[in-house]
Design a protein around this ligand. Structure first.
Ligand SMILES: Nc1ncnc2c1ncn2[C@@H]1O[C@H](COP(=O)(O)OP(=O)(O)OP(=O)(O)O)[C@@H](O)[C@H]1O
Ligand SMILES: O=P(O)(O)OC[C@H]1O[C@H](OP(=O)(O)OP(=O)(O)O)[C@H](O)[C@@H]1O
Length: 354
């Protein structure tokens, strides 16, 4: 994961670099040589594309990496349909006045904060690292891309605390967050001669830095911990936990017209429905009315369970939403209190909030 939110961005899609339309604010241009090599958006294509983006809400989605597939699933679940031409980083949505803009996850906070795009998906880690975090509102946590930003050191090395790392060398893609964190450690430690911890930027494979002798410790993202274990590292401190979030700018761009503004709550509520449908299942069972209190303690439902009389004296049917991750244990416990005909249904979609 490489983060570079402050300077010019060699990977910023040429479409966005070249467009000059009232609908978007322009990031810095890439060097002419870089532009000359990217022939996807010829002079013929550009005006038509710019015209088609007018009166559309621009929505930035990571173009690759850990968040990409999950974002596509979310868009499909929310019935946001688009055609993406080969090599094109902009896709027009067919059934809404929205255009999806595929950007590097680390650039999305900047585009959203500047109002160049109205909505975006990226990781909270990337937002925290961004110089624009103060201009961004998180609308909805998306439940994927969960990871932690940790200080990791060699398992058998001489350094085992962050205090011992003070004055040493740290390799990271998160220069801002690591710099802030070790700045405080340095302030507390007051090393002789005012020595400070050195933060070295690396764009990826950060875990290799200690073995290569370029760092005493690293600051990097960890999910399962497999990468760090394989590199002989272990965590000694967690700077933050993160997941993917739907974001917008704190101060909406003037291009966000009254026609386009309602699309933001619509996308948010559709995404929330897709997330909830993944998180919950629908449980239904029959039980003797005398055992109902025991059963309702197991399946209280989100607001309350639905209880209906059965056409058999003394029996009721119960239905309630249950968290998917708990479903096996819920079924065991229902059986134990006398529930019969326990059925579990997957939800296709729903509107219940998350
Ligand atoms: N191991 C992981 N598990 C879960 N989420 C992760 C993990 N690594 C990264 N992420 C999340 O995905 C985001 C994008 O990371 P990823 O490494 O896929 O970026 P990328 O777009 O490939 O960027 P780069 O080219 O800079 O490496 C991160 O900012 C973080 O929010
Ligand atoms: O705890 P784990 O589940 O093993 O995941 C952690 C790894 O995932 C990320 O890198 P990624 O694989 O995205 O590649 P990168 O090093 O090129 O950024 C991160 O930088 C770690 O290397």
């Amino acid at each position: 994961m490489s983060v570079n939110d402050t300077g010019s961005h060699p990977h910023t899609p040429v479409l966005l670099q070249n467009m000059s339309s009232s609908t978007i604010t322009l990031p810095p241009l890439a060097p002419p040589s870089a532009r000359a090599n990217r022939s996807t958006f010829g002079a013929d294509t550009m005006p038509a594309l710019m015209e088609s983006l007018k009166d559309r809400l621009l929505f930035a989605v990571p173009k690759k990496g850990r968040l990409y597939e999950k974002c596509l699933e979310l868009l499909a679940g929310a019935d946001i349909k688009y055609n993406r031409a080969h090599r094109l980083d902009v896709a027009l949505v067919q059934n809404h006045p929205i255009a999806i803009v595929f950007l590097p996850a680390s650039d999305i906070p900047r585009f959203v904060a500047l109002g160049s795009v109205a909505l975006g998906i990226t990781g909270q880690d990337v937002i925290a690292e961004s110089t624009h975090s103060g201009s961004i509102t998180e609308l909805l946590p998306l439940g994927f891309g969960k990871c932690s930003l940790q200080v990791q050191v060699p398992i058998n090395g001489p350094v085992q605390t962050v205090e011992q790392l003070a004055g040493g060398r740290i390799a990271t893609s998160f220069e801002v967050l690591a710099g802030e964190f070790f700045g405080k450690v340095d302030d507390d430690q007051q090393l002789e001669g005012g020595e400070r911890t050195k933060i070295e930027y690396v764009g990826g494979s950060v875990e290799a830095a200690c073995a290569l002798g370029m760092a005493d410790g690293i600051v990097d993202l960890v999910e399962s911990g497999d990468t760090m274990r394989a590199a002989g590292l272990h965590p000694i401190h967690t700077l933050l936990t993160s997941e993917a979030v739907l974001i917008t700018s704190r101060s909406p761009h003037p291009s966000l017209t009254p026609q386009l503004s309602p699309l933001i709550p619509m996308v948010k509520s559709r995404f929330a429905g897709v997330i909830a449908a993944k998180r919950y299942v629908y449980a239904s069972y029959n039980i003797l009315r005398t055992k109902l209190p025991d059963a309702l303690r197991i399946t209280p439902g989100r607001r309350a369970a639905t209880v209906s009389p059965l056409d058999e004296e003394g029996w009721v049917a119960v239905s309630a939403m249950v968290e998917r991750k708990e479903v096996a244990s819920v079924m065991d416990r229902l059986e134990a209190v006398g529930a019969e005909d326990v059925l579990i249904f997957a939800l296709d979609n729903c509107r219940v909030g998350v």
